[in-house]
Design a protein around this ligand. Structure first.
Ligand code: BGC
Length: 750
């Protein structure tokens, strides 16, 4: 049975919406869009809704056969609105020239690319950046990514990914800001501001894209592209807030997701796109499908064929079909047959044209591709310095017993062991935009600046095959060459720095794992080294929380290094030798074992909290409930003390909270002070803790400061299952501290 939603209702809704609002904020743009739309044939309109992946070497001869020829012909016929994965002055210019000079109406293309954590200069992977809790640093990273990519002709990035995820198995945890919707929202705002700047038309700003709408971070069992069966409570209170925050910050585009949400593919979900995004939030920008996600409606078993898929996605509100061929092949006919109304097509095209006007592409279609800027800006020294700065802020000191860290610059007899310590590629992470492989500063390269008294042994080979975005990493499980030498070196050394973890291409799209341990022979290497020398400083590279339980029990010092990008080794060395005092805090909980996953600190109390002396309470029989390292955890080489938590609730619209923070150690340091609340009794049960504020503060040794927070309705309320925002009277607990598990607390009545 062919599913056909009542599209008359959808059209009426859309027309009403459009007549009440105007797509463009600028009336002048509105007028120009309408004028242009009036001149367009239906076929040309559909063309604007079609996005193709980069076609051919644009600087070479025009293609004469195959897919590239089809795309080229479509481009010349005005049947392409945007392309992705084409970058560089000459390539962009060539294609833009065809669109502008050879098509009937000369409508410029928008060039899109996944500029996820930098372009030529790679910054830390997004999860790592979130661990900095440093919004200014995160904004700077996105700003520089926009400057570099726009100089190569890019107008639009498919970032930020604002998917909240509680599941360390899911490979794309690396691309988001972690498990918390409040932190996720703040990071989303910083990234949107960084990409889009103050003026979208400027040639060094690019349009942002909040993705993937929605619930892509909740795939069943952590398997990528898998179904999301998700409550309305979780949708409204966990999944939606970072999207709404990104849109309020002005993000001009949204990408929908591959997955089904409660049985309906997001790409064809009228609830997500018509009711929430374009309805409730009045989003007036562009919704792009994910890669082929319109055509995948057939594989889902939601559409009968490609034509039906086009009908469902267009009616539901996907404005642009990314590399799905569904709109370009079928939308014109669907309109002629009356299955999709032309008013809906007009609405989508208006959004797309508006974006093109906003980006300044009509005024200067070649404004972004500028040879001089490209040569000057890519990988600029200042950008590298910024990447190093963000990288050092993203490192999290998980454990430091016995004060092994920081290492003295005069320290002799250091062993450095582990395949990732000399690696210049893996630490670049996934999504590499314009960076060349093998260009990161490795750990050992970084270390030599501070101390040359170390000897390096790889220990074991990490992987055996290729290292690419599209192919799986083949991990070395058997070849122990080098292990004995490394162990012997450890035995003779005073301290051992080991860098172990995941390969950068083991997280990201299509990289779900059922084991969140050190792949291959690395755990064996760690245990063998430990048997000879316990003075280990473990540097963990990963794009997700790993199970570090063994290491936590046996190794005195652990640094979480994620994948830190181009300046990885320099940033790590600064922290290892105490040149920079670590200040990162976990944006995701690190579990004690995989069985606890999915995990969030935002637990409910349940009807049977514990501990009890029988078994009938909510717990595991073989593991603690608590994580190994909680959300918000991160140590420093100094210490911080919280005291004097005070609440002034006399003004209900602005509850004032103050707390005294003191640096009680011997060094200057930065602390991320975190504020959590608990609504004790509510008509929808609220979590035991929810982050509602944070500040990153620098304090000199011995100094203290009174920090002030305010809580408004926005922070105190919640959404019920009908999507109504409620703020109910009663008691609220306010908790402040340096991690989600070490908090001072006070109660007030609202
Ligand atoms: C990913 C998106 C990405 C798109 C374009 C898809 O496979 O899910 O996040 O933006 O490809 O590269």
């Amino acid at each position: 049975m062919r599913y056909r939603p009542n599209f008359t209702v959808i059209t009426l809704f859309c027309l009403l919406f459009f007549s009440l609002t105007s797509t463009a904020k600028d009336p002048d743009i509105d007028r120009k869009v309408n004028e242009l739309l009036g001149k367009m044939t239906l076929q040309e309109k559909v063309g604007q809704m079609n996005q193709y992946n980069g076609f051919w070497d644009a600087t070479g001869p025009a293609p004469t056969d195959g897919d590239a020829k089809l795309k080229y012909d479509h481009l010349r016929a005005g049947l392409v609105g945007s392309v992705l994965n084409v970058r560089g002055y000459e390539h962009v210019r060539e294609l833009q020239q065809v669109a502008v000079e050879e098509t009937r109406l000369g409508i410029p293309l928008i060039f899109a690319l996944d500029v996820i954590h930098g372009h030529k200069t790679l910054f830390p992977v997004p999860l790592a950046e979130a661990a900095s809790w440093d919004l200014e640093a995160i904004e700077t990273s996105a700003r520089i990514a926009a400057i570099e990519s726009s100089a190569q002709g890019i107008n639009w990035t498919f970032a930020p990914m604002v998917d909240i995820s509680e599941d360390a198995r899911w490979g794309r945890v690396v691309e988001g800001a972690g498990e918390d919707p409040y932190l996720g929202s703040q990071v989303a705002i910083a990234r949107v501001n960084g990409f889009q700047g103050d003026d979208l038309a400027a040639n060094d700003t690019i349009a942002a894209c909040a993705k993937h709408f929605a619930a892509y971070g909740f795939p069943l069992a952590g398997r990528d592209y898998n179904r999301a069966d998700i409550s309305r409570d979780t949708l409204y209170n966990t999944v939606f807030p970072p999207f709404e925050a990104a849109l309020n910050a002005g993000a001009r585009t949204v990408m929908n997701s591959f997955n089904t949400v409660n049985g309906i593919p997001a790409t064809a979900s009228t609830f997500l796109m018509r009711d929430i995004l374009k309805g409730r939030w009045a989003f007036d920008g562009v919704v792009v499908s994910d890669w082929g996600s319109v055509s995948e409606l057939v594989a889902h078993g939601f559409a009968e064929d490609l034509e039906h898929a086009a009908e469902l996605a267009a009616n539901a509100g996907s404005d642009m079909d990314m590399e799905g061929y569904a709109y370009v092949k079928h939308l014109e006919n669907l309109v002629k047959e009356g299955k999709v109304s032309e008013a809906l097509v007009d609405d989508a095209v208006r959004r797309i044209l508006t974006l093109k006007f906003e980006l300044g592409l009509f005024d200067n279609p070649y404004g972004y591709s500028d040879k001089a800027r490209e040569e000057k800006l890519l990988g600029h020294k200042k950008h590298l310095a910024a990447a190093r700065d963000v990288a050092k802020r993203s490192i999290v000191l998980l454990k430091n017993e016995g004060e092994l860290l920081p290492i003295k610059k005069s320290q002799k007899n250091i062993a450095v062991i582990g395949p990732l310590a000399s690696d210049k590629n893996s630490v670049l992470g996934t999504w590499r935009a314009a960076v060349d492989d093998n260009t990161a500063v490795s750990l050992i390269e970084g270390m030599t600046q501070y101390n040359k008294h170390f000897i390096y042994q790889e220990g074991v080979k990490f992987n055996l095959g290729e290292e690419t975005f599209a192919s799986p990493i083949v991990v070395n499980e058997t070849d122990r060459t080098g292990m004995a030498e490394a162990v012997a070196l450890a035995a003779e050394s005073d301290i051992v720095v080991m860098m172990l973890g995941e390969h950068g291409f083991q997280s990201g799209e299509g990289r779900s794992r059922t084991h969140i341990d050190f792949p291959g022979l690395q755990q064996e290497l760690l245990e063998a080294v430990h048997a000879k020398n316990k003075n280990i400083i473990l540097v963990v590279a990963s794009g997700r929380p790993l199970d570090l339980s063994w290491a936590d029990q046996h190794v005195p010092a652990i640094l979480q290094a994620w994948q830190l990008g181009s300046e990885s080794g320099n940033a790590l060395a600064e922290v290892l030798f105490g040149h920079y005092n670590p200040s990162g805090k976990l944006p995701v909980s690190f579990p004690r074992s995989l069985g606890q996953v999915p995990f969030t600190y935002r637990q409910l109390n349940t009807g049977r909290p514990g501990p009890k002396d029988n078994v009938f309470w909510s717990h595991y029989n073989d593991e603690k409930n608590s994580p190994l390292y909680p959300f918000g955890h991160g140590l420093s080489y100094t210490g911080f003390e919280y005291s004097k938590l005070r609440i002034d609730s006399s003004d209900k619209s602005s509850i004032r909270v103050s707390v005294k923070l003191k640096n009680v150690g011997k060094r200057k340091g930065e602390e991320v002070a975190q504020l959590y609340i608990r609504d004790r009794v509510a008509s929808t049960v609220r979590p035991l803790k929810e982050l509602k504020g944070f500040q990153k503060v620098e304090l000199a040794a011995g100094k203290s400061k009174t920090l002030k927070f305010t809580l408004s309705e926005k922070e105190l309320g919640f959404y019920n299952a009908d999507g109504q925002f409620l703020l109910e009277n009663g008691e609220f607990e306010v908790m402040v501290g340096g991690s989600s598990d070490t908090l001072l607390s006070e109660v007030f009545t609202y």
